[in-house]
Design a protein around this ligand. Structure first.
Ligand SMILES: Cc1ncc(COP(=O)(O)O)c(C=O)c1O
Length: 369
């Protein structure tokens, strides 16, 4: 199966190879034969020398130059951003920034207080990061000895494997079923057999937008493994966040982000809810100034305009439904129902995802094959 996500994407699935080809997954392929080491390469940790180079997505400015179009004329959908952007209060607050020569608050106190008010989870359970991406890496750095394992349930967000590779962890793969639901028995068996430290779950899942049901989550929470529930797209789901569950489940971490809901992907602000028994160790290991002054000010300003955030969410959800109907009418596409701000499509009938990407790009809309 080839797949194309529209409405924001960073993933492709190929059933023939069983590999995922996302913005950060390509480097799991090892280079064919190790080249002789340059003398300075001996300084690099051996497991990092084995990683194939990282293939980044095309930066917006480069894309704009390549297409000969102004950035404002391009609809960029290949990293699941929020094309409506942040509330106007964000730009106003950034324009008034002072004291940029002073380091930011290492505890992001203002933002954590605002998040507590927004989410109903007390600030002492909340830690803010340079995107949810940073928190995924921080969790691994705090939990995994080299050679210890995580469970990954592909197709899913490729950063879990990316960070596992960098941290020298093993990846136990328990693929999702054909309908993208979790294979809970498979996870249970993998936990018994491999004793992984952490399982990464994503709801709504990237790339398909499916939700994890409460019964499955509760079943997995009974297992002797730390569960990281990534809710980057939960605002578009019509399902409530499980952020406050971290108060009653000692083995649960819930991750959220400002990138999607608040249109702040460029400023890099994510946050997590943690049990108190775990969060104290993450505080010890995090970089002191991981959230910039601009990022904290912007996130606080975004939370002040909840009306705008609700309106944008409603607009994205209604556009998603409209788009789903339109995609159903395209003979060579089979869209999957989504609870996120993107739609995954199987590409069929002689069309390929790669061909389609070229066509769509020609019309100044950036999607992933
Ligand atoms: C499931 C999932 N989690 C986390 C992220 C990254 O979030 P952030 O921008 O806060 O690093 C993404 C980004 O696409 C994602 O798809």
């Amino acid at each position: 199966m080839e797949a194309l996500q529209s409405g924001g994407v960073d993933f492709q699935v190929s059933a023939e190879t069983g590999q995922d080809h996302g913005r950060k997954s390509l480097r799991r392929t090892l280079p064919p034969a190790p080249a002789p080491l340059q003398s300075s390469e001996a300084f690099i940790r051996p497991h990092l020398r084995q990683l194939a180079p990282y293939t980044p997505i095309l930066p917006f400015e480069i894309l704009s130059t390549q297409l000969g179009r102004l950035p404002k004329d391009i609809v960029k959908l290949d990293a699941n951003e929020n094309p409506y952007g942040p509330p106007p209060e964000v730009l106003q607050a950034l324009g008034k920034l002072e004291f940029l020569y002073i380091y930011p608050d290492p505890e992001s106190r203002r933002l954590r207080a605002a998040l507590a008010k927004d989410s109903g989870l007390e600030a002492e359970h909340i830690l803010v990061g340079c995107g949810a991406d940073e928190l995924i890496d921080l969790i691994m750095r705090c939990t995994l000895e080299p050679g210890e394992a995580i469970i990954d349930c592909p197709p899913t967000f490729t950063m879990y494997v990316f960070d596992a590779d960098v941290n020298g962890a093993k990846v136990i793969t328990v693929p999702r079923r054909l309908d993208f639901s979790l294979d809970v028995d498979g996870i249970r068996n993998a936990v018994k057999q491999h004793h992984p430290k952490v399982v990464f779950l994503t709801s709504p899942n990237n790339p398909d937008g499916s939700l994890i049901g409460e019964a499955d989550l509760l079943e997995i929470l009974k297992m002797p493994v730390l569960v990281v529930l990534d809710e980057a797209y939960i605002e578009f789901a019509g399902d409530s966040s499980r952020l406050t569950w971290v108060k009653k489940h000692e083995n649960l971490i819930v991750l959220r982000t400002f990138s999607k809901r608040a249109g702040l992907a460029g400023l890099r602000v994510g946050y997590g809810g943690f049990p108190l028994s775990l969060i104290k160790y993450l505080w010890r290991a995090k970089q002191p100034y991981n959230v910039s002054v601009a990022a904290e000010v912007a996130a606080c300003a975004a939370l002040e305009n909840s009306v705008y955030l609700e309106e944008v969410k409603a607009a994205l959800v209604s556009e998603r439904e409209r788009m789903f109907g339109l995609l159903q009418g395209v003979s060579f596409l089979s869209p999957f129902p989504s609870h996120a701000n993107f739609i995954l499509c199987a590409v069929k009938e002689g069309m390929t995802a790669a061909k389609l990407k070229v066509r769509v790009n020609f019309n100044y809309c950036q999607v992933d094959p």
